[in-house]
Design a protein around this ligand. Structure first.
Ligand SMILES: Nc1ncnc2c1ncn2[C@@H]1O[C@H](COP(=O)(O)OP(=O)(O)OP(=O)(O)O)[C@@H](O)[C@H]1O
Ligand SMILES: [Mg+2]
Length: 237
């Protein structure tokens, strides 16, 4: 199969009055299906821009960004949204903001399956399975407001995986959690991705995590400056 994500000479230039800011300046990279990739780089390097373009939430100013064989930038808005809902999972650090306050955890996790026309039985089965796997089997009927930050982020993880996405894009998903809670969420993310064969691109500042992935990409000034594959034995630990 072709690459899960392929960037070829991708530029992203933000036009600000009197000053253009270059977030990506010719970024080229390829991520293979099923790879678990950690992206490291200093603040302002272009990491979130890379992820937003891969998610089809932003477009390259120049160059080609291909995701699962399609160029999201070439799709109409509605088609791009449907593609994202069907094939991608997106997770960021603002778990509280990403969960609707009036939907129970169960409803939030199942929502995308509803939109895809899953039967009630299929939905409930998958939601139960995920609630179990994220350790919240008894909290399905609760609203996110009554959950701790780590629990809310686990709901967001379950929601991101509900459609068995081919590609999961996570932007500092534990940025707002303490070390122990963050590690639990990360364990879960790696475990679910490996179990489902999901391609994972994870942005983090946490060097300790880097040793648990298949590959480390380093970004600086909008360019790829490092690409290191870890031995499978090490990553599997
Ligand atoms: N909407 C925007 N308008 C103008 N400039 C932007 C915009 N978004 C990002 N930038 C600029 O693009 C560059 C890359 O930003 P990006 O958010 O991708 O960095 P990052 O690597 O994710 O940083 P951090 O680790 O701090 O999250 C930065 O210089 C930033 O100021
Ligand atoms: Mg960022």
């Amino acid at each position: 199969m072709s690459a899960a994500v392929r960037f070829q000479d991708v530029y992203r230039i933000y036009d600000a009055p009197g000053r253009a800011s270059v977030a990506l300046q010719g970024l080229t990279l390829e991520v293979a299906p099923g790879e678990l990739v950690v992206v490291l780089g200093p603040s302002g390097a272009g990491k979130s821009t890379l992820l937003r373009i891969a998610a089809g939430l932003d477009r390259p100013t120049a160059g080609v960004a291909e995701v699962l064989g399609v160029e999201p930038a070439r799709l109409r808005a509605r088609t791009a949204a449907a593609f994202r809902a069907r094939e991608l999972g997106v997770l960021d650090q603002h778990y509280a903001r990403s969960l609707s306050p009036d939907l129970t955890c169960r409803a939030t996790i199942g929502l995308r399956l509803d939109l895809q026309g899953a039967t009630r039985y299929e939905r409930e089965l998958r939601v139960d399975e995920l609630l179990e796997r994220v350790g919240l089997a008894d909290r399905g009927g609760d609203l996110p407001g009554s959950l701790s930050g780590g629990e809310q982020q686990r709901v967001a993880v379950a929601r991101a995986f509900v459609t068995r996405p081919q590609l999961l894009l996570a932007d500092e998903p534990t940025g707002n959690l303490d070390g122990t809670t963050g590690k639990q969420v990360m364990d879960l993310l790696f475990e679910l991705a490996r179990a489902d064969g999901t391609t994972l691109i994870l942005i983090t500042h946490d060097m300790a995590l880097a040793g648990r992935c298949d590959r480390i990409l380093r970004i600086a000034d909008g360019l790829l400056v490092g690409d290191e594959r870890l031995p499978a034995a090490l990553a599997a630990q």
